[in-house]
Design a binder for this molecule. Structure first.
Ligand code: HEC
Ligand code: HEC
Length: 267
């Protein structure tokens, strides 16, 4: 080739090649190797990683832990039945000794722990198993739940089911001044009315009794669902409801459910 004999051209082509090679080495090998999590073994590994190729193909060699941080409890109708035989008495003995200092002598919390009186048995069972497996995070409750057997848990649930609830249910379409989100939700934001899972219009198995709960507790749980700190709701039901809500809306529904007495009609 005649052109190749031209020393200027030859020099500029060679330096272009050299510069490209250096750039590739710096960008794909040296820079990634300075990264804290650099673990690639060879030059091809580094180049692939820098180009965004996953460093593992197909299924991971180690299967994910059974507990992926959500729930493992499958709710059944059986859990929702009241305990039989000596369940209530046995449950009462455990509860009085280990639980009443926070959840109250009659399951009505004086502090900001949740009330357990009249809570649906399947809710108490599910939540205690979630704490036990670490799927719902609370240092104190995880510690206590780990010491409970399956029978202890079922009996405790039967005992609390036998106690009177904090207040009467919100019936049918709700109390006259119930917030819109409680009664009708917001279809535009995929918010289903609280009443269609938590009782009123319908009760979905596993949805807790909320009426009369301490407001601070309701706020804390809704914020935890919104931020993803609490992830033990099956199918993300609560996380999906709460995420689109504004802080003011969360406050107003918590305020409403925390009421101890139904509002006077027509107020
Ligand atoms: C030192 C205080 C304390 C003691 C003792 C305690 N709890 Fe709790 N419990 C709490 C708090 C606080 C929460 C809310 C934690 C959270 O945010 O997850 C809670 C949550 C729960 C829940 C979830 C309720 C719901 O509506 O989701 C259940 C069920 C429960 N406790 C049962 C028990 C049982 C059964 C015992 C006795 C074996 C017990 N607790 C003892 C403080 C306590
Ligand atoms: C699609 C059904 C569904 C709708 C709609 C729904 N929830 Fe829930 N909610 C649940 C379920 C199920 C749980 C229990 C999650 C679990 O297993 O931990 C729950 C849990 C909660 C808790 C935690 C209570 C506790 O004691 O642990 C609060 C607070 C709550 N919901 C408030 C609301 C409010 C307020 C609304 C309306 C804005 C609402 N939810 C709408 C299904 C629903």
């Amino acid at each position: 080739m005649y052109a190749w004999r031209n020393p200027w051209l030859r020099r500029s082509v060679l330096s272009l090649v050299a510069i490209s090679a250096v750039t590739v080495l710096v960008g794909f090998v040296w820079l990634p190797s300075q990264h804290a999590d650099f673990s690639a073994k060879g030059i091809w590994d580094s180049i692939c990683r820098a180009a965004g190729v996953p460093n593992q193909w197909g299924p991971a060699t180690t299967p994910p832990k059974a507990s992926a941080g959500t729930t493992n409890v499958v709710l059944t109708r059986d859990m929702a039945k009241s305990g039989a035989g000596d369940a209530v008495g046995r449950g009462a003995t455990i509860a009085v000794q280990q639980c009443s200092m926070c959840h109250g002598a009659q399951g009505m919390s004086e502090a900001n722990a949740p009330n357990l009186a009249g809570q649906y048995p399947e809710v108490v069972i599910k939540q205690l198993h979630d704490y036990k497996r670490g799927d719902r995070v609370s240092a104190i409750m995880q510690n206590l739940a780990q010491k409970l057997t399956d029978k202890d848990i079922a009996d405790i649930a039967a005992y609390y089911d036998s106690l009177p609830k904090a207040r009467a249910a919100i019936v049918q379409a709700g109390e006259a001044d119930a917030p819109v989100l409680v009664r009708v939700g917001d279809p535009m934001r995929n918010i289903v009315p609280c009443l269609s899972c938590h009782g009123g219009i319908d009760h979905k198995i596993g949805a807790p009794w909320l009426e009369g709960m301490p407001k601070e507790y309701l706020l804390k749980e809704m914020r935890a669902f919104a931020s993803g700190a609490r992830r033990n709701d099956s199918f993300g039901q609560m996380r999906n409801m709460v995420r689109p809500m504004t802080p003011e809306e969360i406050d107003s529904v918590a305020e409403f459910y925390a009421r101890r007495e139904p509002a006077v009609a027509g107020r």
